[in-house]
Design a protein around this ligand. Structure first.
Ligand code: SF4
Length: 222
């Protein structure tokens, strides 16, 4: 942080680093349609996320819902690169309203507190709630990533672990595929409802997955 900065320079750096996590205080902007579920992404319990408090990536103890990223980039989906501004500025989420990169105390004070879950956003009567809950039950992310964390990077994977990871990837993909067909889900809605596929999450942990004719083969990236 530059000690000479004392106000927002509209440099866009914070919006290019990714979108905010949503909090209970953001429910009204969802209820009024300024933010829609398909503009959000779920980071599931157990996934690594950057903690502004420790400055490190840490496993989440509770899921987070964030504004999605622009395709193939870290930047928040609402950041307008040409105009260098937020396209929902009047209705931007709490964390964006509190963020002052030169004085992060207010943001720190709410970080990780009163965050919204998918269930909060969908509401108790939503027709997709049951599918989301079933996926959470059948394809839990936290246990899978605990297994990955117990493996030695760069070493051959123990057979039992490799089989378990491959089965989990297939189960996750099969569940998504069925749900997409049944509910006619867009990719964006899938990412909100079920988070990122295990395949992508494991790649972020350094594990490459290939189809080799006998099934899925996992190995550490070089
Ligand atoms: S919602 Fe707006 S202010 Fe917040 S990160 Fe996205 S573009 Fe930036």
């Amino acid at each position: 942080m530059d000690p000479l900065i004392s106000h927002c320079l509209r440099c866009g750096t914070c919006c290019r680093k990714g979108g905010p996590a949503l909090h209970l205080a953001d429910l009204p902007i969802l209820q009024n349609g300024w933010l829609r579920p398909e503009q959000l992404i779920t980071i599931r319990k157990g996934e690594l996320a950057y903690s502004p408090k420790t400055g490190r990536a840490e496993p989440l103890k509770r899921e987070l819902v964030k504004t999605a990223n622009r395709s193939g980039e870290w930047a928040c989906v609402f950041y307008d690169e040409l105009r260098k501004e937020c396209s929902i500025y009047q209705h931007r989420p709490l964390e964006c309203r509190l963020l002052q990169c030169w004085a992060p105390e207010e943001l720190m004070a709410v970080s990780g507190r009163d965050t919204l879950t998918r269930g909060d956003i969908l509401g108790p009567d939503h027709p997709l709630l049951e599918s989301m809950t079933q996926h959470e039950r059948d394809c839990p992310c936290e246990r899978l990533l605990e297994l990955v964390a117990s493996l030695q990077t760069g070493q051959p994977l123990p057979m039992a672990a490799a089989e378990h990871l491959a089965e989990s990837i297939k189960k996750d993909l099969a569940f998504r595929s069925l749900a997409v067909q049944r509910f006619n889900l867009s990719l964006a809605m899938e990412l909100f409802l079920f988070g990122r596929p295990f395949l992508k999450i494991l790649a972020g942990h350094g594990l490459l997955v290939r189809e080799n004719g006998h099934g899925l083969h996992l190995q550490w990236q070089d």
